[in-house]
Ligand binder design. Sequence first.
Ligand SMILES: Cc1ncc(COP(=O)(O)O)c(C=O)c1O
Length: 379
Amino acid sequence: MILTDAWPQQRAWVEIDRSRLAHNVGQLRSLLAPATALMAVVKADAYGHGSIEVAKTVLAAGATWLAVATVPEGIELREAGVTAPILLLGAANSSEQIELIEQWGLQPSIVSLEQAQYFQEHLAQPIDVHLKIDTGMSRLGIPWQKAADCCQIIRKLTKLQIASIYSHLATPDEPDPTILELQEQRFATVVAEIKPLFLRLPLLHIANSAGLMVSQRLHHDLVRPGIALYGLCPAPHLGHQLGLQPVMSVKARVTQVKTISAGTGVSYGHRFVAQRDTTIAVVGIGYADGVPRRLSGQLELLLHGQRVPQIGNITMDQIMLDITDISTDSTRVKVNDVATLLGEAEGEKITADDWANLLGTISWEILCGFKHRLPRVLV
Ligand SMILES: Cc1ncc(COP(=O)(O)O)c(C=O)c1O
């Protein structure tokens, strides 16, 4: 992740607003009982925001745990001096990974009996581990029907200290609660079955952002929000009352302004042909930065406080805007003016949800899509 102070010279960049991030942590914490911990999910470079700065900000704002997907993601945080407990959500299956987990004090997920036994063989010292139970996501985890039996065996593995038992919800953001309730019941069954095995139960957790918004029943000892930290609602019907604030903005500079005459084509394939004499602004950002090419001709950017259409195909490093309607004397667009792709400018706003809706995808994918070529700038 490039963090730079030299951003005024950049053609394009991602801005990260730490005060908004801290605000979102506060809003989520306001839903939790005081004893419920907040584990901030900072995998995938904190959903594209830059995991080190995000981790430091959320920990200062009240999160007490972090979650990453991979061993290198955890090591990156440790190397930056982050000491909070870090849960590894992905499954580690090699002796090399186990060595790194021990060396860097990461806490792995145990997703099967075989994996637990492999850890027992390869660990030098006892470490905290987290049992992942599959209650209906059909992704990683011990099938819930086998959880109690497995737990009984894993309890006896001397190098595995079970710090938590957790699961992941498949449909908390769907309006129909049927599957959510089924997963909840299965988790409750597992907990009831394993309870006699422990003097004191390990921590229990199941809720991501949507889960924590749906019901306090799902909070247990700890919640694991990702998307809501970054200021996006997990579903149209969830979270709007919280006033979450998008943390990421994406901006790029105008690199040339010119007028083309009616009938002139724009960009590869000439998919756009000017119907009138048209003033265009070339802006220095493209699909190699993470602006999806499939949005060609559908994007709007904010420039001089107004929405302007992007025209023609999005290219690798550049896009073109039709600025004819804002090229009056008072708002004459100049080279180096800043256009906003995502974010707010003078009361107008474009969100990752707007892009996701155009593409038929989810805001998570949009946020994670911005490449490291774009420097992350802290504001
Ligand atoms: C196991 C687990 N917990 C929590 C999260 C956070 O989810 P969200 O971003 O929907 O809050 C994720 C994200 O994929 C996850 O895989």
